[in-house]
Design a protein around this ligand. Structure first.
Ligand code: FES
Length: 109
C-alpha cells in the first residue's frame, strides 16, 4: 500500500510580505524552483540552479537542514558575494525534502 506524501510547510519572508507555502518531497528540484514558481520574484535564480549567480540567496531564520552541506560552486559563490554567515544559503542548492518542514526563511534582496 502506498502512503500519501506528507506536506512540507515553508514560511517565506519577502520584503514586507510573509508567505506560507506548502509543497511535497520531489515536487520541485530545489527550494529555488519552488520560490521562483510560486512567488514570481524578479531577477531570482538567474543561472537556474548551477550555483554561480547568487541571485537565489536566502537566510534561514528558523529550522532547516544542515548548513554545512555546501558544494564547491555554492562555497565559491558565497565567498564571492561576501556572505559567509552560516545562516545564508543558495536556495538552488537545497533539495525539497521532509527536513524543510517548518522552516522559516527570508529571501535576500
Ligand atoms: S540560481 Fe544561480 S546560484 Fe542559485
Amino acid at each position: 500500500m502506498r502512503t500519501a506524501a506528507q506536506p512540507i510547510n515553508i514560511k517565506v519572508l519577502l520584503g514586507d510580505e510573509e508567505h506560507d507555502l506548502v509543497t511535497y518531497k520531489g515536487e520541485y528540484r530545489s527550494l529555488m524552483m519552488l520560490l521562483f514558481d510560486r512567488l514570481y520574484i524578479e531577477d531570482f535564480g538567474e543561472c537556474r540552479g548551477v550555483g554561480r549567480c547568487g541571485t537565489c540567496l536566502i537566510e534561514i531564520i528558523d529550522g532547516g537542514p544542515s548548513l554545512e552541506a555546501y558544494d564547491r560552486n555554492e562555497e565559491m559563490t558565497m565567498m564571492r558575494l561576501g556572505h559567509d554567515t552560516e545562516r545564508c544559503r543558495l536556495s538552488c542548492q537545497i533539495p525539497i525534502d521532509d527536513d524543510l518542514n517548518g522552516i522559516k526563511i527570508r529571501v535576500k534582496r
